[in-house]
Design a protein around this ligand. Structure first.
Ligand code: SF4
Ligand code: SF4
Length: 619
């Protein structure tokens, strides 16, 4: 079966108000799961967390859908209505209209749990009269019963062994209507949804819905009292059992003495229930009283509408009781009480110890040190939901809480976080400055490279020699004017559109013998120098060299027929001849004993005569 309560992670804001409200610390917060979670085994169904949760993130197990389908099926179904209903509907002026609304919804029988209260009250009166030195905690409040079973297991034998009024009513109704009737308890407590599950056989109750859920049904069915006739509860009707919604109502119904110096029962309602159980455990030998305990009296139970006013509800209840008592047939009531005198109202309890092992003192101290509470106050600020820092550290050790729930710890962590953010921001700013600096540097370098490239480009264009640079696909990267000039008119026109013929295919511009030299240099990675090539009646001297291995090659081409090149080249080549012959002559001279100066003189005179003739001609 689905848990009674669950936290919706979508709507939960992790404010931990529920953790603070839970009287038994049944809500766990774990580091890896930021949102809290309810531990069903530890929960006693008090509903304090539901009331504390502002965003309404705690969902209660829904039974309405199942009830609607049962009502729609037209099965025999009985409503067992808790007497506190009188305080829930101040908007319905006559309780008989309310009964008729239930019949209109489809309930076959409408019974008051007040009669069950009368039966149970009689059982308590008998129990207290017969008890000799043993004192009991009355077991009408499912939250109190659950608390004792889970957290005060030593007191389980002191829980009064009497079924709650709704179970007694179930027996009565089944006795009247037959076994096949479906019984639905309309309750002011969410805890009733779990409580009814423990009753079987003659005490069985099939379903429990809260007053809030009943309201939803009325709204959905669009029921208004003005449209309806009067109808009364089915017999047997209750008598003083109607007092049950207030804490001492059952004592009055049982006719137990209430005067302070005579009463055998102490009644406690509200959160004091937990303290009262502790006192019962410690001091019952001296207290010598039975305890009538309610975590929340039924009139203001957690299944009633939120924001209900305590005294308005009580006044409604009193008004209802007065009306009922005025018309109640006491003889018929007495007869019914007699009729059901033999009902078995006994019950048993099952200890279900949920107390957790306590951590060692050193463990607790270590945690206190971690959360910076070396000198914890005895009371604590309560922000974490625990009574003291030591209790909080104990809960951390037990896996129920996390240090982040402590305000001091969280605030210090926030400061650390802010500080580390500050440092990161400073580092980020420094990195940004450095980045800007290097960007400026890179920009400068880029500018310098661009200028250098421009200078080179201009120089290239001024060179009398032809220059061409191309990539591994023999596409032109750069040329100069001389090269374009050498290619002719078409190339000149293209260069006006595509400066420097960038991207043009060298193979389409030069003959094979020419561009083959480029291919060779690209493949072999070996430069070619001073190769003479005949091209369109000219002798071109070509040198192709590697600029970037296998990727870029460049060539310098000189027109050997150009006068300045011719002269320079002849002088250069004669010098080479002289150098070669000089070496040879030196060797021969050495061998023949003859000087080589004659040969040198001869060659020099050739050069000079050529130069002289040339100069005269030029002039
Ligand atoms: S219902 Fe009560 S016991 Fe259960 S988790 Fe909520 S506050 Fe705790
Ligand atoms: S009170 Fe509600 S919102 Fe806050 S932590 Fe609990 S479930 Fe989440």
């Amino acid at each position: 079966m689905e848990a009674l309560l669950r936290i919706n992670n979508e709507t939960c804001t992790a404010c931990y108000a529920c953790v603070r409200a839970c009287p038994v610390k049944a809500i766990r917060v774990q580091t890896e799961k930021v949102k809290p979670e309810i531990i069903p085994e530890r929960c006693i169904g008090c509903g304090s967390c539901v009331a504390a949760c502002g965003p309404g993130a705690i969902e209660i197990r829904n039974t309405l859908d199942e009830l609607k389908s049962i009502l729609a099926d037209g099965k025999k179904i009985a409503a067992l209505v808790d007497p506190s209903i009188a305080g829930e509907f101040p908007d319905i002026t006559d309780y008989r209209k309310f009964v008729q609304m239930l019949r209109t919804l489809g309930f076959t029988y409408i019974h008051e749990v007040a009669f069950g209260v009368d039966l149970v009250a009689r059982a308590y009166s008998k129990l207290f009269k017969l008890s000799k030195g043993k004192y009991y905690i009355m077991s009408n409040d499912p939250v109190t019963v659950s608390f004792v079973e889970k957290y005060k297991t030593g007191l389980v034998p002191n829980l009064a062994p009497i079924i709650p009024p709704v179970a007694a009513t179930a027996q009565v109704v089944r006795n009247i209507t037959g076994e096949d009737v479906i019984l639905v308890y309309i309750s002011p407590l969410i805890a009733s949804k779990d409580e009814i599950l423990r009753f079987e056989g003659e005490n069985r109750i099939d379903m429990a819905i809260t007053f809030v859920e009943l309201r939803e049904l009325f709204i959905e069915a669009n029921l208004h009292e003005t449209d309806l006739e009067y109808s009364d509860f089915d017999a047997p009707l209750g008598y003083k059992g109607s007092f049950f919604p207030v804490a001492n109502g059952i004592i009055q119904a049982a006719g137990i003495e209430e005067e302070l110096h005579r009463t055998p029962v102490i009644t406690v309602e509200g959160h004091g229930m937990i303290e009262a159980v502790a006192e019962f455990e410690e001091n019952i030998v001296n207290i010598k009283h039975h305890f009538n305990l309610f975590y929340k009296e039924f009139l203001m139970g957690r299944g009633t509408s939120a924001g209900g006013k305590r005294f308005l509800r009580e006044s409604q209840l009193i008004k209802y009781i007065k009306t009922r008592l005025k018309t109640l047939d006491k003889d018929a009531w007495s007869a019914s009480m007699d009729k059901f005198v033999a009902l078995n109202l006994d019950r048993t309890f099952r200890p279900d110890d949920q107390s957790l092992p306590l951590p060692s003192e050193s463990q607790v101290n270590k945690i206190l040190k971690e959360i910076d509470q070396l000198e914890p106050s005895a009371v604590g600020c309560g922000a974490c939901g625990y009574a003291s820092c030591t209790d909080f550290a104990t809960a951390i050790a037990q896996g129920l809480a996390i240090p982040e729930m402590c305000n001091t710890y969280a605030s210090r962590n926030r400061q650390d976080h802010i500080q580390s953010l500050k440092i990161s921001n400073e580092k980020l700013a420094q990195a940004q400055d450095a980045l800007k600096l290097s960007e400026r540097q890179a920009q400068k370098e880029k500018e310098a490279a661009r200028e250098a490239s421009e200078i080179v480009r201009r120089m290239l264009h001024k060179l009398p020699s032809m220059v061409v640079i191309c990539d591994m696909n023999l596409k032109i990267i750069q040329t100069n004017d001389s090269f374009i000039e050498m290619l002719g008119e078409d190339a000149r026109e293209i260069s006006e559109v595509v400066p420097g013929l960038a991207g043009a295919d060298l193979k389409t511009l030069l003959p094979y013998t020419f561009y083959n030299l480029f291919t060779y240099v690209l493949v072999q990675n070996e430069s070619i120098t001073n190769r003479d090539i005949h091209h369109e009646g000219k002798v071109l001297n070509v040198s192709v060299f590697v600029i970037e291995k296998e990727k870029i090659v460049g060539a310098v081409i000189r027109d050997m027929s150009a006068p300045e090149v011719q002269k320079e080249e002849i002088v250069k080549r004669l010098n080479e001849v002289i150098d070669k012959n000089l070496g040879l002559a030196q060797q021969i001279g050495f061998l023949l004993g003859e000087g080589t100066s004659e040969a040198e003189r001869m060659l020099n005179s050739i050069i000079e005569s050529y130069n002289l003739r040339k100069n005269l001609k030029d002039r």
